[in-house]
Design a protein around this ligand. Structure first.
Ligand code: IPD
Ligand code: CA
Ligand code: CA
Length: 287
């Protein structure tokens, strides 16, 4: 075989964003078609940390679609990493210096998917030398596609998104999460819930970190905070929030990067007040 025959055929002329949109929407449609069909429920890090054949199948589909266009790019996908916080931190460390790194959560909100609660999403980000440059989140239940490109804004169905205008916690709708690690991260999130509930208009816990971030970007939530997330929960949504004029940091206010797992994402105006409440309640996860 000569050199030319050995080189894989690469489909050209597709932008990174077009590939991310194609992969997220194709996988999302397939996931939706599998609702109610889960036959085997796998347990990962804890009895609350679920995985199904749909999570694995969707990740395979997304990997194949990405590699068709960009065979030399690296991919960090949730289902390719051992469960637990140490393994995911290690996996990120090993791969984060790659020039182009795709970060994939094939089903964000698996528990919702399993129960038929229509709030789950596909999250795909592309980082260039550690900085997220494309973020796509697709909600198949509502057929909503959220897209952001670094420096070019964030859009839902082609309409530019902007964060909400609340200036005070008392007028804010804030999302929280209940992670699948009952020993370390759950009690810290509970402390945050306890401290925030009396100070905000109300709390929501939808069960998809990626969609919570998309909703902050779209101005439907004033903020979202959760301790103990993984790179694939946050990467795409972080760009959506930033490109919509919001703020995304860790729980002590340090700007977001791929290694951040304790996050606060907000409309910017209530950011300090929110991190202040977490600090006061010793609920930053960094005490
Ligand atoms: C989970 C969801 C959930 C959040 C958990 C995540 P998964 O992701 O985003 O909202 O509270 O911390 O692990 O496991 O459904 O991909
Ligand atoms: Ca997730
Ligand atoms: Ca997932």
């Amino acid at each position: 075989m000569n050199e030319k025959e050995k080189t894989p055929y690469v489909v050209t002329s597709k932008s990174y964003t077009a590939v991310a949109i194609n992969a997220a929407s194709k996988a999302g449609e397939w996931i939706k078609s599998r609702l109610g069909t889960v036959s085997e429920l796998g347990i990962k890090y804890s009895p609350q940390d679920l995985v199904t054949e749909v999570d694995k199948g969707a990740e395979q589909m997304i990997r194949r679609l990405i590699l068709t266009h960009f065979p030399h790019h690296a991919i960090l996908g949730e289902e390719g990493v051992e469960p637990g916080p140490e393994a995911s931190a290690r996996a990120l460390q090993e791969i984060q210096d790659e020039e182009y790194l795709w970060i994939v959560d094939p089903v964000d909100g698996t528990t919702n998917f399993v129960h038929g609660f229509p709030f789950f999403s596909v999250s795909i980000a592309l980082a260039h030398r550690g900085e997220v440059i494309v973020g796509v989140i697709y909600d198949p239940s509502r057929d909503e596609l959220f897209v952001a490109e670094k420096g070019k804004g964030a859009y839902v169905h082609g309409n530019r998104m902007g964060v909400s205008g609340e200036q005070e916690l008392a007028h804010s709708l804030v999302a929280v999460g209940f992670p699948a690690d009952p020993n370390y991260t759950l009690p810290i999130n509970m402390a945050a819930v306890q401290a925030l509930a009396p100070q905000v208009r109300n709390l929501r816990a939808g069960g998809s970190a990626a969609l919570h971030l998309a909703y902050v970007a779209a101005g439907r939530l004033s903020a979202y905070t959760e301790i103990g997330l993984k790179p694939w929960d946050i990467a795409a949504g972080a760009l959506l929030v930033a490109e919509s004029g919001g703020t995304i940091t860790d729980t002590v206010g340090t700007p977001y990067d791929l290694s951040v797992s304790h996050i606060v994402a907000s409309n910017g105006k209530i950011h300090e007040a929110l991190t202040g409440v977490l600090k006061e309640a010793k609920a930053t996860g960094m005490e």
